[in-house]
Design a protein. Structure first.
Lengths: 413, 334, 310
C-alpha cells in the first residue's frame, strides 16, 4: 500500500528538521568571549592527534599536559585549553580552526605540520586571532606579511646554520673531525627544506668535510638496506642525516647488519634522540649527535619542565616537542598578562613585544621580529648516552662533554 | 532547452531543488564562519563527486585515482601564479587542458588495451601514485617541500586573483556544483548519456550493437578529468599551499569517491546528497564527541567507519535511491 | 622568467653517482631485494587467494596484516615468544577473523558492484586502523628478538639474518598453501569455485562455505606474512595502506589466481625497487614498481604467470 501524502510529508519534514538542527548545533555556536581579565584565556590547541602524524601530535600534547602547573608556578594567568585534532589533514585543520574561533577561542596554538599551520594561519589572520606556531620549519609561513601569526621555532636554514656552528664547536672540543660525509636525507617537507638550504649555507662555514654523495629516500620506506649500502659504498667517514624516528631506527639496524659503524652520526633533525629510538635500540642507541632545536638544561624553566614531565609522564625524556609546545603556551600566557585583556589586537601587540628571557629553549629568549618570527633561537647539539640525552653544544647551554668517535656496533656487549 | 532539462521531473522535485538552491545561496548571511567552511567543503566534494560520477555512474569506469586530476589542476594553476603571476582564471586555461590531456592519455592506454573493471581502477591508482612520486621530485613546483602561494590581503575580495574572504569560494563552488548538476542532467538526456548507460550495463552488448565504446568512454574520462581539475584550481587558491604527499595521496582519491557511492552512484542527486551526509556526519561526530567530553584520538574515525559500514550494508544502492522512493520523487525511468 | 631556469633541471631522478659502485654492493642489494620480495610475496599471496577465488577487492588487506602484527607484539610483550613460533597461532586467529568477516559482512557484496565492495572494505580498514590507534597509541612498536641484528657473511655477501628467516618461512608457508590447494579435497573444491562458479553450484559444492574458507585462508596468509614482516619493520597503526597497495601491485604483476605468480611478483618488485634505489634516487624507487604495474596491465593483464581468461 503506497504511503499517504501525509506520511511522506512528515518523514521529509522530520529529516530536514533533524539535519538542519544538527548543522545548526554544530555551526552556529554562541559567541562567549570572556572579556574580563582574570578569566582564563581560551586557547585552542590544534595538533595532529590521529592520522599519520599522530605520534608527534600526541607527543606535543604532553607539553600541553604539563603547562597548567608550571604556568601557575610562574605566576602567570591561567589558560583554558580547548584541544582539537587536525587528523594530519589540511581540510580538517582549517575546519577545526574555524570551529575553535567560532566557539570563542581567543588564541590558537599549533599545529606541527607546515601545510596545516599555513592553512590555520590564513584563518587566524582573517579573523584577527593570534596564532602562535609551536613547531613548523618551512620558511614561507612567516614570509606572508601576517600580523597575527607568530612562530617560536627556527626555520630550516636557521636549524642548518646552528647545526654547522655546533658541529665545528664539537670538532674543536674533541680535537677530531671527519674528512668526508655521506648525506642521507628523507624526501619530505623538512628533509627537502634542509637539502635545499645546504648549498647556500655550507660554503659560509668552511666545514672540514666534503659531502661525497646525497642520498634522498622515501620517508615511508619500509626497507633502507639499499640506501645504507650506497652510503657505505661511498667510503665516507661519517654519516650526515636528516630523518625521523622510524627511519632512524631502520638506518641504525641496517648499519649494524651491514657491519658499518661510521666515525660519527650527525643528525640534523628529529628521530635519533627520541625515546622510542633509545628504548628500541638499547645499547645500540648510544653515540649519535643530534643537532636540533633543543632546551637549555641549565635554565631554571627547563628543570621545572623536566620535573613536571616526570610527574605526569614518568620515563619520558623532555624533548623538542614538549618544550616548544610549552613555550608557545608560555608566550600566550605572558602576553595575556601584559595585555591585560583578551582583545585579540591587544594580545597580538603584546605578543609582538614579547621578551621572555627566563625561557627553556636555547638562546637569549622568546622575542619576535617584525615578521612574527623568533630569529634568535639557537639550535643545540645532543648526544645519546646510556638511554639519556646530554646537551653538548653550544658551550653555554651544555651539561656534558661530547664523546668521539662512535663505539663500533660490533663491540657493544 | 530548459524545458527539455526539466521534462519528466515531478513538480515537487523541482520545488525542493529550488528551495535547496535558495537556502544555499542565502546561507552565508546566516551561517557562522565555521559553518561556511564546512559548507565549502561539502560543495567541493559535491562538485568533484559529480565529476567522478560521470565516469563511474554514467559510463561505468571505476576511477580510484581521481586525486590525480585535482592535483594536476591545482599544481598547474598554482605554479603559473607563483612563477609568472598568472591569475587563476587564466590558469584554468592551462590547468583544464592539462588534466584533460592526461585523462585522455590514461583512457587511451586503458581502453586500447582493453583494461577494464578492477584492473582499470588499479591502473588509475598507479598513475596517481606516479604523479605523487613525480611531483615529489619536481623542484620547479617545490618538490616534497611544498608549493606556497603568496597570500596578500583579506580586506577586499579580489575575484580575479581569488584573494579574499572564503565566501568568494563558497559562491564559486555553489555555482560550479549547480552548473555541474545541470551539465550531468543534460549529458544523461543526450545521445552520449544514452550510449554511456548502455556501455555501463553491458559493454559487450553495446559494442555489438555498433556503439563505438572506445569513443564514448574516452569522452567520459576527458569530461570527468577536465571538470575535476577546476576543483583542483580552487583548492590551490583556497589553501594556498600544496604538497604532493597530500594532494595526490590515495586517501584523497578515496575521500572523493565516498560521497557519490554513499549518495548513489549513477544518480544525479546522489553525489550532492552524499557530500552533505558524509561531511555533516564527520563534523557532527566531532562535535558530539567533544560535547560528551571524550578526548580519544581516532574515536571519531571509528564511528565514522561504523556509520559507513551500516549505510553500505543497509542501502546497497546508496541513500538517494532509497530516499527518493520514500519521498515519492523516484524517477519512473530508473 | 626566473622560474624557467630551474625548470631545465626539473626532475631530480638523475644518477647521483661520482665513483663506481663496487660489484659486491649490487650483489648484496639484489639478494636483499629477493629476500624481502619473498615476504612481500607471501603477503600478496593472501590477496591473490581472496581476489582470485572470491573475487572481492580486499582493500583492507594491509590493515588486516597490521592487526596481526599488533597481536604478535602483544603476545611477545606478554610471553616473550619469538614471532616465528607464534606464527601458527596468530595465523589461526586471523583465519577465524577472515572467516567471520566473510560470512557476516562481505558475503552479500560478492554480487554487488566493485565500488560497493571497495567502500565496505575501506570502512573496515578505517575501523581497524583507528581502533589500533586507540588501543595501542601512535608510537612505533617492534619486537626485539635476540637475533635482530645478526647477519651472515659469505665472502663479500652480507645477508641479513632476519630477512633470511622471514624469507624461508614465507617459502614454507607458500608451499603449504600450494599443497593444500593442489592435493586436498577442500583445496580442489575452492579452485573449482574459482574457475567456474555455476559449475561448482551444479555439482553441489557449498560455495558460500568455501568462500568463507578462502577468505579465512587469505587472512591467515596475510597474518603469517605480517608476523614475519615484524622481524624486518616496525609497526604503527598507519602502516596498512602502503602494503595494501603493494599487495595489489604484486598480485597483478605476478598474475591473479596464481600462487607461484604472487611469490614471483613479490620477488620481482622487491628486486626492482632495490636496484632502482641503487641506480637512481632511492626516494623514487616506488615509481619503478608502478611503471612495471602499468606495463603489465597494458601488455599482459593476466600477469606474468596468470592464465588468460577464457
Amino acid at each position: 500500500m503506497p504511503r499517504t501524502k501525509k506520511q511522506t510529508y512528515q518523514t521529509r519534514r522530520r529529516f530536514n528538521a533533524g539535519f538542519a538542527g544538527t548543522l545548526l548545533a554544530a555551526g552556529i555556536a554562541p559567541f562567549n568571549v570572556g572579556r574580563a581579565q582574570g578569566a582564563a584565556l581560551k586557547v585552542g590547541v590544534l595538533l595532529p592527534r590521529s592520522g599519520y602524524q599522530a605520534g608527534i601530535g600526541q607527543d606535543c600534547q604532553r607539553g600541553v599536559d604539563i603547562a597548567t602547573g608550571v604556568l601557575k608556578d610562574l605566576g602567570l594567568p591561567s589558560l583554558q585549553f580547548i584541544n582539537a585534532d587536525t587528523e594530519s589533514n589540511v581540510d580538517v585543520a582549517r575546519s577545526r580552526a574555524e570551529q575553535l574561533i567560532g566557539g570563542g577561542a581567543q588564541l590558537l596554538v599549533g599545529a606541527f605540520d607546515s601545510g596545516q599551520s599555513s592553512a590555520i594561519a590564513q584563518v587566524a589572520e582573517q579573523k584577527g586571532i593570534p596564532f602562535v606556531i609551536n613547531i613548523a620549519a618551512a620558511p614561507p609561513i612567516t614570509e606572508q606579511g601576517y600580523k597575527f601569526v607568530f612562530r617560536n621555532f627556527p626555520t630550516a636554514p636557521m636549524i642548518l646554520r646552528d647545526a654547522f656552528i655546533d658541529q665545528k664547536e664539537i670538532f674543536a672540543a674533541v680535537g677530531a673531525a671527519p674528512k668526508s660525509v655521506v648525506f642521507l636525507a628523507e624526501n619530505d617537507t623538512f628533509g627537502v627544506a634542509m637539502q635545499k638550504a645546504i648549498p647556500g649555507v655550507l660554503p659560509k662555514f668552511d666545514m672540514p668535510y666534503t659531502i661525497l654523495d646525497t642520498i634522498s629516500y622515501d620517508p615511508t620506506a619500509r626497507d633502507l638496506s639499499v640506501e645504507v649500502s650506497r652510503a657505505k659504498a661511498t667510503g665516507a667517514e661519517a654519516l650526515l642525516v636528516v630523518s625521523r624516528l622510524n627511519d632512524a631506527i631502520l638506518l641504525t639496524r641496517e648499519l649494524i647488519k651491514q657491519r658499518w659503524t661510521p666515525v660519527m652520526i650527525l643528525s640534523m633533525g628529529p628521530g635519533w634522540y627520541e625515546d622510542q629510538y633509545l628504548k628500541t635500540l638499547g645499547k645500540f642507541s648510544d653515540g649519535p649527535l643530534s643537532f636540533a632545536p633543543w632546551y637549555d638544561p641549565n635554565k631554571k624553566l627547563s628543570k621545572a619542565l623536566d620535573a613536571a614531565l616526570a610527574k605526569v609522564h614518568p620515563g619520558v625524556n623532555l624533548n623538542t616537542n614538549h618544550v616548544y609546545t610549552f613555550e608557545a603556551l608560555l608566550t600566550a600566557a605572558d602576553a595575556y598578562k601584559r595585555a591585560g585583556s583578551s582583545n585579540p589586537q591587544a594580545l597580538a601587540d603584546a605578543i609582538r613585544a614579547t621578551n621572555i628571557t627566563d625561557n627553556s629553549s636555547i638562546g637569549p629568549g622568546i622575542q619576535f621580529d617584525a615578521k612574527g618570527q623568533n630569529d634568535k633561537i639557537l639550535g643545540g647539539g645532543i648526544q645519546n648516552r646510556n638511554g639519556k640525552l646530554v646537551t653538548v653544544a653550544p658551550g653555554a647551554a651544555s651539561n656534558g662533554k661530547p664523546e668521539w668517535p662512535l663505539t663500533p656496533y660490533n663491540k657493544r656487549a | 532547452m530548459i524545458v527539455r532539462l526539466i521534462a519528466g521531473v515531478p513538480g515537487r522535485g523541482l520545488a525542493l531543488l529550488g528551495a535547496l538552491l535558495a537556502a544555499l545561496t542565502a546561507a552565508p548571511l546566516f551561517a557562522s564562519d565555521y559553518l561556511l567552511t564546512v559548507l565549502i567543503l561539502i560543495l567541493y566534494f559535491a562538485y568533484i563527486g559529480q565529476a567522478w560520477n560521470i565516469m563511474m555512474g554514467f559510463a561505468g569506469q571505476l576511477s580510484l585515482g581521481h586525486a590525480l586530476y585535482v592535483g594536476l589542476g591545482a599544481y598547474t594553476a598554482a605554479a603559473l601564479f607563483v612563477h609568472f603571476g598568472i591569475g587563476p582564471w587564466l590558469g584554468l586555461a592551462a590547468a583544464v587542458p592539462a588534466a584533460a590531456l592526461i585523462g585522455a592519455f590514461i583512457g587511451f592506454l586503458a581502453f586500447r588495451f582493453r583494461v577494464a573493471g578492477v584492473y582499470f581502477a588499479i591502473l588509475t591508482i598507479a598513475f596517481a601514485e606516479f604523479a605523487r612520486l613525480g611531483f615529489d621530485h619536481l623542484s620547479w613546483t617545490g618538490g616534497s617541500g611544498g608549493l606556497f602561494l603568496p597570500v596578500s590581503q583579506f580586506t577586499h575580495n579580489d575575484l580575479w586573483r581569488l584573494r579574499g574572504h572564503p565566501v568568494m569560494f563558497y559562491y564559486i563552488l555553489l555555482a560550479a556544483t549547480a552548473l555541474a548538476f545541470l551539465i550531468c542532467r543534460a549529458l544523461l538526456q543526450s545521445r552520449v548519456g544514452y550510449f554511456w548507460r548502455a556501455i555501463r550495463e553491458d559493454e559487450e552488448v553495446a559494442r555489438s550493437t555498433g556503439i563505438d565504446t572506445f569513443h564514448y568512454k574516452m569522452i567520459a574520462v576527458v569530461i570527468s578529468a577536465a571538470m575535476t581539475s577546476f576543483a583542483g584550481v580552487m583548492h590551490a587558491f583556497y589553501y594556498n599551499n600544496l604538497f604532493p604527499e597530500q594532494v595526490f595521496h590515495i586517501l584523497r582519491s578515496i575521500e572523493i569517491i565516498l560521497g557519490p557511492i554513499v549518495g548513489g552512484v549513477g544518480t544525479l542527486f546522489g553525489p550532492i546528497l552524499g557530500a552533505f551526509v558524509l561531511t555533516g556526519l564527520a563534523e557532527t561526530l566531532t562535535a558530539a564527541l567533544a560535547a560528551l567530553g571524550i578526548d580519544l584520538p581516532g574515536a571519531k574515525q571509528v564511528f565514522y567507519g561504523i556509520c559507513l559500514l551500516l549505510v553500505v550494508t543497509a542501502l546497497p544502492e546508496g541513500i538517494w535511491p532509497w530516499l527518493s522512493r520514500r519521498i515519492g520523487l523516484a524517477e519512473k525511468s530508473q | 622568467m626566473a622560474g624557467l631556469v630551474p625548470a631545465i633541471r626539473v626532475l631530480r631522478i638523475e644518477k647521483t653517482r661520482d665513483q663506481a659502485v663496487p660489484a659486491d654492493i649490487y650483489l648484496n642489494v639484489a639478494v636483499g631485494g629477493v629476500l624481502t620480495g619473498l615476504v612481500y610475496g607471501l603477503m600478496a599471496l593472501g590477496l591473490s587467494v581472496i581476489f582470485g577465488v572470491v573475487r572481492v577487492v580486499n582493500f583492507a588487506h594491509g590493515e588486516m596484516m597490521t592487526l596481526a602484527m599488533y597481536i604478535a607484539i602483544t603476545l611477545f610483550t606478554a610471553f616473550h615468544l619469538d614471532p616465528l613460533v607464534m606464527l601458527v597461532p596468530i595465523a589461526s586467529v586471523m583465519f577465524v577473523f577472515g572467516y567471520v568477516l566473510q560470512v557476516r559482512l562481505i558475503n552479500p557484496f560478492i554480487t554487488r558492484p566493485d565500488y560497493m565492495q571497495f567502500l565496505l572494505l575501506v570502512a573496515v580498514a578505517i575501523i581497524i586502523v583507528n581502533g589500533l590507534l586507540i588501543a595501542f597509541g601512535p608510537d612505533v612498536k617492534s619486537v626485539q628478538v635476540s637475533y635482530a641484528f645478526d647477519s651472515f657473511q659469505v665472502g663479500p655477501l652480507i645477508i641479513d639474518a632476519t630477512k633470511l628467516y622471514a624469507a624461508v618461512a614465507a617459502i614454507v608457508v607458500s608451499a603449504a598453501l600450494f599443497a593444500f590447494f593442489r592435493y586436498t579435497r577442500h583445496g580442489t573444491a575452492i579452485r573449482a569455485c574459482a574457475d567456474n562458479y555455476t559449475g561448482a553450484l551444479v555439482v553441489g559444492l557449498d560455495v558460500k562455505q568455501f568462500y568463507a574458507l578462502t577468505f579465512g585462508l587469505g587472512a591467515a596468509c596475510v597474518g603469517a606474512a605480517g608476523v614475519m614482516l615484524l622481524l624486518i619493520v616496525d609497526v604503527t597503526p598507519a602502516l596498512g595502506p602502503a602494503y595494501t597497495l603493494l599487495a595489489f601491485v604484486i598480485v597483478i604483476t605476478g598474475g591473479l589466481g596464481s600462487m607461484p605468480g604472487a611469490l614471483l611478483g613479490g620477488v620481482l618488485i622487491g628486486l626492482t625497487e632495490a636496484m632502482a634505489g641503487l641506480l637512481f634516487t632511492p626516494s623514487a624507487k616506488s615509481m619503478f614498481a608502478f611503471a612495471i604495474l602499468v606495463l603489465v596491465l597494458l601488455l599482459r593483464p593476466e600477469g606474468i604467470m596468470g592464465k588468460r581468461a577464457a
